[in-house]
Design a protein around this ligand. Structure first.
Ligand code: PMP
Length: 430
C-alpha cells in the first residue's frame, strides 16, 4: 500500500497543528504508525490522498448512518446553501427540526440545538444544576461525554486509549464536583448519592456505552438508576450522542424502555455537519435562557446548513423505519462472520454488539464494564487494526471505540471484511 502523500501531509501537519490532527484519536497514537489522510468518501467507502480505497467502519465516528455523501443530504445542503449559510436569527427549519426530534424521541418535549456533543452534555449538566440548585454530578468510569473540564475525570474514548484519564488544565475544583461510579453497579451509585445527600444534581450515562468499546448497561441497573433519581430529585441524563438515531429511531431509550429527564444528541443529528442538541422535560428545559435563567448560547447554533443536513437525516429516518431492520441484518451478518472466524482459529474474544455498533475485545471473558474492558490486549488490537487497514478495511484506530455499520455497506463489503478479519487474526496471532 503506497501512502507517500499521507506521510508527506502528516509531516507538514505536525508543523502547524498539534500532533498533526484536529482530534487526538485520529493520529493513530494508540495503534502505532501514522494516520492516512482522506480525500473523499462515497457510500460505504473512502479514499486516501494516495488513491487507496477503504471500506469505512467509523463513518466519521458515528454520524454517517447512511454512508458518505448520501444523495438526499447532498440535495438538502445544496438547497440550503443557495439561500445563505447563517443568519443569526431564527428560521423555520429550526422549528421543524425541534418538532421532528420531539416526535422521534418522546421523552424530549423541548430541545436546544448546539454545535457539538460536548456543548450538548456541558449544557445539560448546567441546566440540571440550575434546575435542582445542586452542584455535584455522577458519571461512570469509562463513559465519555466530551471534553468539558469536569468530564475529563477517568473519561473514555481518546482520553482512555491514550492513558490520560485526567488532563492537565482541569482544576481540582472541577474534579471535586465530578463523582465517579462503576458502570452497571448500582451500589457504587447509591454510595455516592447518600454520601453527598442533597448535593447531586445529575447522573449522566451512556445507556449503551460506546467509548470503552461497546458495553450495554443492564436494564435492571438502569431501572434502579431511574428510581434512585426519582427518589433523590436527581436529573437523569442519557448521553445519546452516539446511540441517538443509531440503535433505533428513538435511541437507546426506545429499546431499553427507560425515560431519562434530559437527553444529549450529536453525530447523526447533524447529518455529517457539526451539530449537537440537548432536550427533555419541558419543566427542566424551560430553565434555559431566554425562557429561564440558565445561560446557554451559540453564534452558529441552529445554522441553516447544519439544520438542513440534520433535518434531511432525521426525516429519512422517520420515513424509512425499515432501515433499522436492514442495519440489524447487516450487523448480525458481520457479527456472525467474525464469530465463525474466531471459532475457526480457536479464540473466544468478547464481542459486544447493539444494533449497528459493535466491538471485539482481545480478551476471552465477558466485557460488561470499564474494568473488564481495559483487560483487552490493546497491543494486539493495534496489530489487528493495521492488518485490516492493509486489506482495505478502516476500523477505529483505537480499541475502546465502536465499529459502525451503515446502510451503505453491501453484502460484498461485509464479505470482504469478514475475510480480512480472518486473515488479520491469523497474521497477528502467529
Ligand atoms: N458523548 C458521547 C457519548 C460521545 O461519543 C461523544 C463523542 N464521541 C461526545 C459526547 C462528544 O461529542 P463531540 O465530539 O461532538 O464534542
Amino acid at each position: 500500500m503506497n501512502t507517500t502523500k499521507s506521510k508527506q501531509l502528516f509531516e507538514k501537519a505536525k508543523r502547524y497543528i498539534p500532533g498533526g490532527v484536529n482530534s487526538p484519536v485520529r493520529a493513530f497514537k494508540s495503534v502505532g504508525g501514522e494516520p492516512i489522510f482522506i480525500e473523499r468518501g462515497s457510500g460505504s467507502k473512502f479514499y486516501d490522498a494516495d488513491g487507496n480505497e477503504y471500506i469505512d467502519y467509523i463513518g466519521s465516528w458515528g454520524p454517517h448512518l447512511f454512508g458518505h455523501n448520501p444523495p438526499f443530504i447532498k440535495k438538502a445542503l445544496a438547497e440550503a446553501f443557495e439561500k445563505g449559510t447563517s443568519f443569526g436569527a431564527p428560521t423555520e427549519l429550526e422549528v421543524r427540526m425541534a418538532q421532528l426530534i420531539t416526535e422521534l424521541v418522546p421523552s424530549v418535549e423541548m430541545v436546544r440545538m448546539v454545535n457539538s456533543g460536548t456543548e450538548a452534555t456541558m449544557s445539560a449538566i448546567r441546566t440540571a444544576r440550575g434546575y435542582t440548585n445542586k452542584e455535584k454530578f455522577i458519571k461512570f468510569e469509562g463513559c465519555y461525554h466530551g471534553h468539558a473540564d469536569y468530564f475529563l475525570i477517568k473519561a473514555g474514548s481518546g482520553a482512555l486509549t491514550l492513558g490520560v484519564p485526567t488532563s492537565p488544565g482541569v482544576t481540582k475544583g472541577n474534579a471535586a464536583d465530578t463523582l465517579l461510579a462503576d458502570f452497571n453497579d448500582i451500589e457504587s451509585v447509591k454510595k455516592l448519592v447518600y454520601a453527598n445527600k442533597n448535593n447531586v444534581a445529575a447522573i449522566i450515562i451512556e445507556p449503551i456505552a460506546g467509548n470503552m468499546g461497546v458495553v450495554k448497561a443492564d436494564e435492571s441497573f438502569l431501572v434502579e438508576l431511574r428510581n434512585l433519581c426519582n427518589e433523590e430529585n436527581i436529573v437523569l441524563i442519557f448521553d445519546e450522542v452516539m446511540t441517538g438515531f443509531r440503535v433505533a429511531a428513538g435511541g437507546a431509550q426506545e429499546i431499553l424502555g427507560i425515560k431519562p429527564d434530559l437527553t444529549t444528541f450529536g453525530k447523526i443529528i447533524g447529518g455529517g455537519l457539526p451539530v449537537g442538541a440537548f432536550g427533555g422535560k419541558r419543566e427542566i428545559m424551560e430553565m434555559v435562557a431566554p425562557a429561564g435563567p440558565v445561560y446557554q448560547a451559540g453564534t452558529l447554533s441552529g445554522n441553516p446548513l447544519a439544520m438542513a443536513a440534520g433535518y434531511a437525516a432525521l426525516s429519512y429516518i422517520k420515513e424509512h423505519p425499515e432501515i433499522y431492520v436492514q442495519l440489524e441484518k447487516s450487523s448480525i451478518y458481520l457479527e456472525n462472520g467474525f464469530k465463525e472466524n474466531l471459532k475457526a482459529i480457536g479464540k473466544n474474544y468478547a464481542m459486544n454488539r447493539v444494533g449497528s455498533m459493535m466491538s471485539m475485545f482481545f480478551i476471552e471473558e465477558p466485557v460488561n464494564d470499564f474494568k473488564s474492558a481495559v483487560k483487552s490486549d490493546t497491543a494486539l488490537y493495534g496489530k489487528y487494526f493495521h492488518e485490516m487497514l492493509k486489506r482495505g478495511i478502516y476500523l477505529a484506530p483505537a480499541q475502546f471505540e465502536a465499529l459502525f455499520i451503515s446502510t451503505a455497506h453491501t453484502k460484498e463489503d461485509l464479505d470482504k471484511t469478514i475475510n480480512a478479519h480472518k486473515e488479520s487474526l491469523v497474521a497477528v496471532l502467529k
